[in-house]
Design a protein around this ligand. Structure first.
Ligand code: PRX
Length: 637
């Protein structure tokens, strides 16, 4: 079924070798198994200095033909999407490939009739319902560029993203159900649109029946628009012919500066990469059910709920809810109900469920599970062992998949039942990936049992092409730290067998519950609060989230009660970014430890937040060393 699926450890090593020695022949042989309108003139052209990377240039295709049309002949009635509601009582939905194909074409026609053209940017802000996948694929069908924004981002965060992408269209829902909450998505969009001059049309899909205000001339209902195209009678929507390097989507992610970057992925390379990694890492077999618990608002959802599985003709399960509602047995109930074969989730979810004990697993049949996966942050051994023993019953391999929004798909991971796992190690690079470790002076660190900054030496098909509207930023962020290398921003060690273990970010980016949050972004948000003079944000180890957010804030004391002020600051961060960026701890301080040149010594703040105050290192370069004791004494536990 999947001619390039690697079956043995020996075959992995052989493929790896081939992919490095002759990448063009290797990737051409993989790409031959996709549907092209025209094949490429050249497999790869690249130059990391500019950077300029082109895969399969000259080729023409449409990714939705690979995700939908090509499965119709043999698998029209295979379920493409299984959908489980937030509410366990609500009936689930099944969309076969035939039905999904129909609905995508239908909605693509809605987009066209609303004036969307190839290359237009469309912001999608929806909950986890099948219409989210349909909207995403419908954009791709007609060559519009989707920018999906996670439903937890605030109006201000959306406004910034809309402006950065100069988006003219929005697809949203009245609201979204998440656990006990009902998130008023349309109302958030309305706030985001105050003062916006570029958005022409907002298409609103009904989910929660929350009252919404529909603005005449701008807002239309999804369902009404579908009816309109139905009356036209022709359900076909031919796939737009795209160049291999045409932009498929933009996805915003945090970096070490205050402003999120629009990571740009292109069409052909991303398709080949997500498909190749999906089929190989999870060892997907036809008719299996793949359950990735991420939200489509993040890259994991793009690559391993939508494009990877669908391009492989797989059955992908979409879950609207959260792991702990109505109780902590929700994932296991879903595994039992749909006989899930592959469960791909995040360490933070595992740690949170561990805390609820084993009672929620009792009585749930998990015997269908064959492969477990982890993504988003380093998985600690305790969580690994719990997952392996209690969920996998000791018989399912766990693939620890290291990758990033920028990499498009999995980069370093074991392959289920093919290459061995090693708890807390992502293990070996996938074919095509050449990791290396670099020291502070820009020299490569060779050998075994060494650690350094993780870089990648050569291009792979799914890699970032640019940051939207600002190519120089892409160059500065990823290709300038080390000559001729992509810099990941992660620290990493390599053991005696060549296994890689990611140790965490080496820049000012936090990883909170597997989500990337820039400290500068949180600081900017805190600083917007009246009365805040300055702030510094660092991460600290958090039992469930992996990292928690610790904020040191200088406040003018103008609002009296410090507890109320803290609440106000949290509210401000929620408004500016979203609830995910709210600090876990806020400490008011009289000043921040700065060097004479005015640079905040974050190392000291980090140590204090971590509770490691025994050895704060050299503090003699500080402008006011006595501040350190004051901050230490006021630490929030
Ligand atoms: O620090 C790494 C961590 O998550 C970062 C990427 O975040 P994001 O772009 O939001 O994508 C998350 C989902 C792909 C990385 O730089 N990370 C991701 N996966 C792992 C990981 N750290 C350790 N082990 C992993 N398996």
């Amino acid at each position: 079924m999947y001619p390039f699926q690697i079956k043995t450890k020996e075959a992995y090593h052989k493929s790896y070798q081939q992919s490095i020695e002759d990448p063009e022949t290797f990737w051409a042989s993989v790409a031959n198994h996709f549907q092209w309108k025209k094949k490429w003139d050249k497999v790869l052209e690249w130059n990391f200095n500019e950077p300029n990377v082109k895969w399969f240039s000259g080729a023409k295709l449409n990714i939705t033909e690979n995700c939908l049309d090509r499965h119709l002949e043999k698998n029209a009635n295979t379920p493409a999407i299984l959908w489980e509601s937030n509410d366990p009582e609500e009936h689930h939905r099944v969309l076969t490939y035939k039905e999904l194909h129909f609905k995508v074409m239908q909605f693509a026609n809605v987009l066209k009739s609303n004036g969307v053209k190839k290359g237009d940017r469309i912001c999608i802000y929806m909950g986890m319902i099948p219409e989210l996948a349909i909207a995403t694929l419908a954009c791709a069908r007609i060559g519009a560029i989707h920018s999906v924004i996670f439903g937890g981002f605030s109006a201000q965060a959306i406004a910034d993203r809309l402006q950065d992408a100069s988006a003219e269209f929005i697809i949203t829902c009245d609201g979204a159900f998440r656990g006990a909450k009902d998130i008023p998505l349309k109302s958030v969009i309305d706030d985001a649109l105050v003062g916006n001059k570029t958005v022409k049309r907002v298409i609103v899909c009904t989910r929660t029946r929350t009252p919404v205000s529909m603005i005449k001339g701008r807002d239309v209902w999804w369902e009404d628009e579908i009816k309109k195209v139905e009356t036209l009678g022709n359900p076909d929507c031919p796939a737009e012919i795209m160049d291999a390097e045409d932009i498929l989507f933009i996805l915003y992610t945090s970096g070490s500066t205050g402003k999120p970057k629009g990571v740009v992925h292109s069409t052909a390379g991303y398709m080949v990469w997500t498909n190749y990694t999906f089929v190989n890492v999870f060892q997907y077999q036809p008719a299996q059910v793949h359950f990735c618990t991420a939200d489509i608002g993040w890259i994991t959802g793009h690559s391993y709920i939508v494009y990877g599985p669908l391009s492989a003709g797989a059955t992908t399960l979409m879950f609207e809810g959260i792991p702990t509602w109505p109780d902590a047995g929700r994932f296991w109930e879903i595994v039992d109900k749909y006989k899930v074969d592959i469960l791909y989730t995040a360490p933070t979810a595992i740690r949170s469920l561990m805390g609820f004990g084993l009672d929620y697993i009792k009585g749930k049949d998990l015997s269908s599970l064959k492969v477990l996966g982890s993504v988003g942050e380093p998985i600690n051994e305790e969580a690994w062992n719990w997952f392996h023993k209690n969920i996998g019953k000791g018989k399912c391999p766990i693939v620890d998949t290291w990758w990033q929004t920028e990499t498009g798909g999995i980069m370093i991971s074991n392959m289920a039942n093919v290459t061995p796992a090693k708890p807390s190690f992502a293990t070996l690079p996938l074919p095509g990936i050449q990791p290396c470790l670099m020291d502070e002076n820009g020299k490569e660190i060779e050998g075994k049992n060494v650690s350094g900054n993780l870089c990648i030496k050569a291009p792979w098909p799914g890699m970032i092409r640019t940051t939207y509207g600002d190519h120089d930023r892409c160059k500065q962020t990823y290709f300038s730290a080390y000559e001729n290398k992509y810099f990941t921003g992660d620290g990493c060690l390599r053991d005696a067998e060549g296994n890689y273990r990611i140790t965490g970010r080496v820049d000012d980016v936090l990883n909170v519950s597997g989500h990337r949050i820039g400290t500068a972004e949180v600081e900017n948000a805190i600083n917007m609060h009246a009365g805040v003079i300055e702030s510094a944000v660092v991460g600290y180890p958090h039992d469930i989230k992996g990292q928690g957010i610790y904020a040191y804030v200088i406040h003018d004391g103008s609002h009296g009660d410090p507890n109320l002020t803290k609440q106000d600051i949290l509210q401000t961060v929620s408004r500016i970014i979203g609830p995910i960026a709210k600090p876990d701890k806020i400490q008011f301080v009289p000043g921040l430890p700065k060097t004479r040149s005015g640079k905040i010594m974050r190392r000291i703040l980090r140590k204090i937040a971590e509770g490691d105050t025994g050895n704060l290192g050299d503090t003699s370069t500080l402008l006011d060393p006595s501040l350190v004791d004051v901050i230490k004494d006021g630490k929030i536990n």
